[in-house]
Design a protein around this ligand. Structure first.
Ligand code: FDM
Length: 212
């Protein structure tokens, strides 16, 4: 029909291996969008501040052991507990730049050998991003950058399997950026695609849900 769709903020997700540069690109992008007059917030998953987030954080630090499926469901629950806030922020016009989302959930858990469809199931009904940016780097190059904090997943062999999982999840809608380019070049590409996405959502775009 010709029902008018309200203006809203954009849900923009950055994904990639550990040490791909996501976190600093997220904050650069937030500053840029703010400076250009947009209302924007920086989010990340896992959100370690909630009760569930604290359990995840302790697991990642190797301070607790959890069954692979149990931790997968906690990561998912951590997104579900933020879902309604996410939707209300977007409806009120706030753009969210999100460091990791469901794709990390599926990529990291399926890298352990869990079935991809099983991993996707608890994510069904979460908001679908308006844009997924993948900062593309080989596991070897990412490891060479050093600075792994010693968390559970920060090992070359595991990151190789995560890279393969991301590869099977990635589709034509994802924007791939070569994460080995100079920081400023990555930033430039990211600004451009993000701005297009923000403007599309400002004009009015219906929400959709995972999985697309
Ligand atoms: N991770 C992150 C998962 O395994 N599943 C998830 O759903 C999410 C969001 O947690 F190794 C992994 C990815 C990473 C670790 O992430 C912590 P940050 O970005 O380093 O905080």
């Amino acid at each position: 029909g010709n029902k008018k769709i309200d203006s809203r903020g954009a849900l923009i997700v950055l994904e990639g291996l550990d040490r791909c540069g996501k976190t600093s690109q997220c904050s650069r992008l937030v500053s840029y969008l703010e400076e250009s007059g947009h209302v924007v917030e920086s989010w990340r998953f896992p959100d370690r501040n909630t009760g569930v987030g604290k359990m995840i954080s302790s697991y990642l630090a190797n301070d607790s052991h959890l069954d692979d499926r149990a931790i997968h469901l906690l990561f998912s629950a951590n997104r579900w507990e933020k879902r309604s806030l996410m939707e209300s922020k977007l409806r009120s016009g706030t753009t969210l730049i999100v460091d990791r989302y469901s794709f990390s959930g599926v990529a990291f858990s399926s890298a352990k050998g869990l079935d991809v469809e099983w991993c996707k199931a608890p994510e069904v009904g979460l908001l679908a991003p308006d844009l997924v940016v993948y900062l593309d780097i080989s596991p070897e190059k990412a490891t060479e950058r050093g600075g792994y904090g010693g968390e559970r997943y920060e090992k070359l062999e595991f990151q190789k399997r995560v890279a393969q999982s991301y590869n099977t999840l990635c589709d034509a809608t994802w924007k791939l950026i070569d994460a080995t380019l100079p920081i400023e070049d990555i930033e430039k590409q990211l600004r451009q695609t993000a701005m297009e996405c923000v403007q599309t959502c400002e004009k009015g775009k219906a929400f959709s849900e995972l999985w697309l």
